[in-house]
Ligand binder design. Structure first.
Ligand SMILES: [Zn+2]
Ligand SMILES: [Zn+2]
Length: 375
C-alpha cells in the first residue's frame, strides 16, 4: 500500500503540469465556450463567423509556416539563411503556435535527429504513438531537457523570443486574434476561433510529424530508422511529411524534392529567396539522393547473385552518370562560349542515359522477385 502511494506520488511529480494543463484545458475550454456561445448567444452574425473563420484559417497557415519554415528548417537545421526581418517575423508569429520558444524547440529537435529511436530522443517513437505525439511534453524527463544550441543562443532575436516567450505567446496567440476579432465585429469569436481553436489544430498537425510520420508511410531513402514519407502528414503540415527524406538529409531546405511534391514550406523559402529575404538555400546533390534511394529499393536483394549481376551494374551506371552530370553543371557555370555547347551536349546525352537506365532499373526491380537466386 505504502509502496503504491509512493509510486503515485512519484508519477505525479514526474508530470509537467504547466504544459499538461495547457494541452488539455485549451481545447476543452475553447470547445465548451464556443459551443455554448453559438447555441445560446444571439449577439453574433453569420458574416462575423465567415470573416473571422477566414482570418483564423489564414492565421493557422501562417502559424504553421512559422514553425516549419522558421523553427524547423531555419533555426533547427540551418538549411538556409534568413534576413533579420524574416527571422523576426517567423519568431513573432511562431510564438503564437504555443510550441515553446524557437531555442527550446530547436534544441529538442536536434536531439530527436541525433538520437532518433533511442531513449535520448525526447519524442522516441519506440515508446509508442502517444508518447511521440503528446505524452513526451507532459513529463519533466522529456520536456524539461536542458537547452543546448550554442549557435542559436548567440542569435539576439532568438534569445529575446526565448527570454520573453510567455509574453509573446499570449500576445500573438490570444490577444492578437481577440483584437482582429474586435475589428471584424466580434472579439469573442476572434479569441475562440483564431486563438484557442487555431492553437489546438496547428499543434496537432505539428505533433503528427513526430508520431504518424514515424509509424506510417514509405522508407524511400533509408530503412535504418523509423522516419517515413507520409502523404497524409505532408498535406497537414505544409510538406513536413516527407520525413524519411528529411531524416536522411536534414540539412536540405526541401522535404519534398520534386517540383510537384506538396511542400509549401519549400515554396515559401523560395519566395523569400526571390524577395531577397533568404539566401544560401542548401540542397543535397541528386547523386547522393539517388544513391540512397536505389540502395534502399534494392536492399532486400543485396545478398543475391541477381543483385551483383544485374542491379549493381545498372545502379553504378546511374550514379556515375549523375556524378558526371553534376561535375559538368559546375563547369557549365564557369565555361566560356567555346566550351558551353560541348558541355551542354554531353549533359543532354547523360540525361538520356540516366532516363534509360532508370527504366531498366524499374523493369529489373519488377522482375526481381521471380529471378532472385540466393548465392
Ligand atoms: Zn522525426
Ligand atoms: Zn528536422
Amino acid at each position: 500500500m505504502l509502496f503504491s502511494m509512493g509510486n503515485t506520488q512519484n508519477k505525479l511529480k514526474s508530470i509537467c503540469w504547466t504544459v499538461t494543463l495547457f494541452l488539455i484545458l485549451n481545447p476543452v475550454v475553447t470547445t465548451v465556450l464556443l459551443v455554448l456561445y453559438l447555441v445560446f448567444s444571439e449577439t453574433y452574425t453569420s458574416s462575423q463567423i465567415i470573416y473571422i473563420s477566414l482570418f483564423a484559417a489564414v492565421f493557422a497557415v501562417l502559424t504553421n509556416l512559422s514553425i516549419t519554415m522558421g523553427y524547423h528548417r531555419l533555426f533547427s537545421h540551418k538549411s538556409y539563411e534568413a534576413h533579420p526581418v524574416l527571422q523576426a517575423l517567423l519568431l513573432f508569429i511562431g510564438a503564437g503556435a504555443f510550441q515553446g520558444s524557437a531555442l527550446k524547440w530547436s534544441s529538442d529537435h536536434r536531439l530527436h535527429h541525433r538520437f532518433e529511436d533511442t531513449d535520448k530522443d525526447p519524442y522516441n517513437i519506440k515508446k509508442g504513438f502517444w508518447h511521440a505525439h503528446m505524452g513526451w511534453m507532459m513529463k519533466h524527463e522529456t520536456v524539461s531537457l536542458p537547452i543546448h544550441a550554442p549557435d542559436l543562443e548567440k542569435n539576439k532575436l532568438v534569445k529575446i523570443q526565448n527570454d520573453y516567450y510567455i509574453v509573446w505567446a499570449v500576445g500573438v496567440g490570444y490577444i492578437l486574434p481577440l483584437l482582429v476579432g474586435m475589428a471584424l465585429g466580434n472579439a469573442f469569436l476572434g479569441l475562440m476561433l483564431a486563438g484557442g481553436l487555431r492553437i489546438f489544430l496547428t499543434q496537432q498537425s505539428t505533433f503528427l510529424v513526430n508520431s504518424l510520420s514515424h509509424m506510417h508511410g514509405k522508407s524511400t531513402y533509408s530503412e535504418e530508422k523509423t522516419a517515413r514519407d507520409s502523404i497524409i502528414v505532408t498535406l497537414l503540415t505544409h510538406g513536413e511529411g516527407y520525413h524519411n527524406f528529411h531524416h536522411q538529409f536534414q540539412f536540405d531546405y526541401r522535404n519534398g524534392i520534386r517540383w510537384y511534391h506538396w511542400d509549401p514550406t519549400k515554396w515559401s523559402i523560395q519566395v523569400a529567396y526571390l524577395l531577397g529575404l533568404a539566401k544560401k538555400l542548401k540542397t543535397v546533390n541528386v547523386s547522393e539522393i539517388l544513391k540512397a534511394r536505389l540502395s534502399t529499393e534494392s536492399k532486400k536483394f543485396q545478398t543475391t547473385q541477381f543483385y551483383e549481376e544485374k542491379l549493381l551494374p545498372i545502379k553504378n551506371k546511374i550514379i556515375e552518370s549523375q556524378l558526371r552530370f553534376e561535375e559538368l553543371k559546375t563547369q557549365y557555370k564557369q565555361a566560356g562560349q567555346d566550351r558551353i555547347r560541348s558541355i551542354r551536349h554531353e549533359m543532354d546525352m547523360l540525361s538520356v542515359d540516366i532516363k534509360v537506365n532508370m527504366q531498366i532499373w524499374r523493369q529489373l526491380m519488377k522482375a526481381a522477385p521471380q529471378e532472385v537466386r540466393i548465392k
